[in-house]
Design a protein around this ligand. Structure first.
Ligand SMILES: [Zn+2]
Ligand SMILES: [Zn+2]
Length: 85
């Protein structure tokens, strides 16, 4: 009975390690598709409003509906208003 308990822990540990490894790979895959500043090409987080490297404005509020839009977009996806920096 004690051996059985040890096996469950061991198998659980192996699954955990495999999952951690998979998570690391998953994050690496995400890194390939990460966002870059259109101005200086440095990596930026998707929730950044300004590029911390070159101070480029990345997001702005739509003039019409007030939703947060990216300055690289041509128009607001919520109301169709043209986006200006
Ligand atoms: Zn930048
Ligand atoms: Zn809008």
């Amino acid at each position: 009975m004690h051996m059985m308990f040890l096996w469950i822990i061991l198998v659980g540990l192996i699954i955990y390690l495999v999952m951690v490894e998979y998570d690391k790979k998953g994050r690496d895959v995400i890194k390939i598709f990460d966002k870059r500043c259109p101005q200086c090409n440095n990596r930026i987080e998707s929730d950044y409003k300004y590029c911390p490297i070159c101070n480029e404005k990345l997001k702005t509020e739509c003039r019409k509906c007030g939703k947060i839009v990216e300055t690289s977009w041509k128009c607001c996806p919520f109301c169709g208003e043209n986006i200006e920096k």
